[in-house]
Ligand binder design. Structure first.
Ligand code: NOJ
Length: 569
């Protein structure tokens, strides 16, 4: 299956020649390598990714119920500029356009997620009277809605919303008829608000069963056609933001991490992840026992995977970088590969870290067919076990000196010099080599389990006009990260696919629409989609032009809203 072509066919091209061929600014290793799609292994999936809440909108339509983010977005001050995803990119109505766009890009696969509250909403649907109030006074409507939800039940307790099933069926069928593989995330940060109200969402063990139930509905409804499943997206990042920093719903935290009305930043993230891991393992068990023989799919989990490098050459900082990897990445992956938390975490957390019962360890062990890596950036790591006491350094504060952070302070600068170029997102610095390093880390620690890069992409701030069309920085980012990914594969890493984040500018959680990751621009007023230069670059690459081409090496065309609409009619 793997061509093993790299050693023979990857041509080293002198920098100057590349520069003559196109306009991208060159830097180092990644620019010297003339990599093409055909240099990746046979069967390697190239795709683009989105998530339901970030693009769908239509949050009150066709029986969908409120999710945690719907409520959170409408609490003043939660989201930059008071943005919400009530409409988002209106993908719910424009999905055919977007699928035509994906088709015109030439992707092999499309990663998207299922909205839990669209498939398993509350049983209560809004009356026209309530809808009227909702559009005027969202919050008062939330109260009305929640009351009904509590009275009538929802989530696992309500019925399956056939309109929701129909929506995803249409997406899946349209993708497959265009030769695009659906790569489905079951849970990507959004869940029915009712599950929060009833028992506190992921802080409760009850959420495990609700999640398994939701996943089963997905397997039953879509598993005849979906062969790639991700159970949960980034449990590590979600729990950090939701229960440690308090910036994602349900906004729990405690000092010194933040000022929230409730929460315990030292402990709650551990509990939430514990429940997510067990929810994952139980889901995979059911898939393997009841669905796999017929459906023949694979199921993985997706981890937020920053790379960490020691801030100094000091041994203690080197250990801190290792700890940062263990406390962020191995926190999720050790349990699903080996059946328990990393020894480093057990050592520093002691009894705060929940324990798995022996039967739980059994179902956790080897409960992932692949590892999904979301990789964007690299940070420096500085020790906070010894250093803070020794040099009286003020950096080991605000929680860096606590077990939940692994006693690690992370920084983006060394001696005033940033680790890489900044992007639209705080702490997302461009360090292409990190892609190779993170893949190598997973390869070594998890004995080269199959991996997918489930997300990688570049964000620019809203006010950067060149990002609207001439997004050269995004192209540079993508090509350099891909070059390092290619090198990791050449060195034996079993990576089976790469998903670019993201297809179109979308709702970037607490940043709202103030940062943009898309290779398509979405006009904020009309919601029309137009390709940026990076879309042409990706299209070129997917048609086997070199990574270093911006202008086409083939004759190709990309769709915009008008064309993709016409096509989809
Ligand atoms: C990872 C998350 O899965 C995705 O939802 C988010 O938009 C990107 N990171 C960028 O922050």
């Amino acid at each position: 299956m793997w061509k093993g072509k790299f050693s023979s066919s990857v041509t080293i091209v002198v920098l100057i020649l590349c520069a003559a061929a196109n306009s991208i600014v060159k830097a180092s290793f990644e620019d010297e390598v003339d990599i093409k799609r055909s240099d990746f292994p046979d069967g390697f999936l190239f795709g683009a990714a989105t998530s339901s809440y970030q693009v769908e909108g239509a949050n009150l339509e066709d029986g969908r119920s409120l999710c945690n983010w719907d409520v959170f977005c409408h609490i003043k001050g939660s989201i930059a500029n008071g943005d919400s995803a009530d409409i988002a990119e209106d993908h719910y109505h424009r999905y055919m356009e977007d699928i035509e766009i994906l088709h015109s890009l030439g992707v092999d696969a499309y990663r998207f997620s299922i909205s839990w509250s669209r498939v398993l909403p509350s049983m209560h649907f809004l009356s026209p009277f309530e809808r009227f109030h909702c559009s005027c006074f969202f919050l008062s409507w939330v109260v009305v809605f929640d009351k009904h939800t509590r009275d009538h039940g929802g989530g696992k307790f309500g019925g399956v919303n056939q309109a929701g099933i129909l929506f995803y069926n249409k997406i899946i069928d349209s993708l497959l008829s265009r030769g695009i593989e659906p790569f489905v995330t079951i849970h990507h940060f959004d869940y029915p608000q009712e599950l929060e109200d009833r028992y506190g969402g992921w802080l409760s063990h009850l959420m495990q069963e609700d999640f398994v139930h939701f996943a089963e509905i997905c397997f039953q409804s879509f598993g005849d056609r979906v062969k790639y499943w991700c159970t949960i997206n980034e449990p590590n990042l979600f729990s950090e933001f939701a229960y440690e920093r308090g910036t994602y719903p349900p906004a729990h935290c405690s000092p010194p991490f933040g000022n929230c009305s409730t929460g315990n930043s030292d402990v709650e993230p551990l509990i939430a992840v514990h429940n997510m891991l067990l929810g994952h393992a139980k889901t995979v068990k059911i898939y393997r026992e009841r669905f796999k023989s017929e459906q023949r799919g694979v199921v993985g989990i997706v981890v937020h995977s920053f790379m960490y490098k020691p801030l100094t050459e000091d041994k203690r900082d080197k250990e801190a970088a290792d700890r940062a990897l263990a406390f962020n990445i191995a926190w999720i992956l050790d349990p699903v590969v080996f059946g328990d938390y990393p020894p480093e975490m057990r050592h520093y957390h002691g009894s705060e870290l929940p324990k798995f019962a022996s039967e739980e360890r059994i179902i956790l062990r080897d409960s992932t067919d692949f590892i999904g890596i979301n990789h964007y950036a690299t940070l420096y790591a500085k020790d906070c076990i010894y250093s803070s006491c020794i040099c009286n350094d003020s950096s080991c504060t605000k929680g860096s000196d606590r077990a939940i952070r692994g006693f690690v302070y992370t920084a983006a600068e060394r001696d005033g010099v940033p680790i890489g170029e900044p992007t639209g997102m705080a702490r997302f610095f461009v360090v292409p080599r990190g892609m190779e390093e993170i893949v190598e880390y997973a390869k070594k620690r998890y004995l080269n389990k199959p991996m997918f890069v489930t997300e990688n992409g570049y964000s620019s701030p809203l006010n950067k006009v060149e990002d609207y069309h001439h997004d050269v920085k995004r192209i540079n980012y993508l090509k350099s990260y891909l070059a390092f990914l290619a090198r990791a594969i050449r060195n034996g890493a079993d990576v089976r696919g790469y998903f670019l984040w993201t297809l179109m500018d979308d709702f970037e959680w607490v940043n709202g629409y103030s940062v943009r990751f898309g290779i398509y621009r979405v006009d904020p007023q009309t919601l029309n989609r137009t390709p940026k230069l990076s879309a042409s670059w990706f299209r070129n690459f997917l048609s086997n032009c070199s990574l270093n081409y911006v202008e086409s090496c083939n004759s190709i065309s990309l769709m915009n809203t008008d064309e993709s609409r016409a096509q989809s009619e």
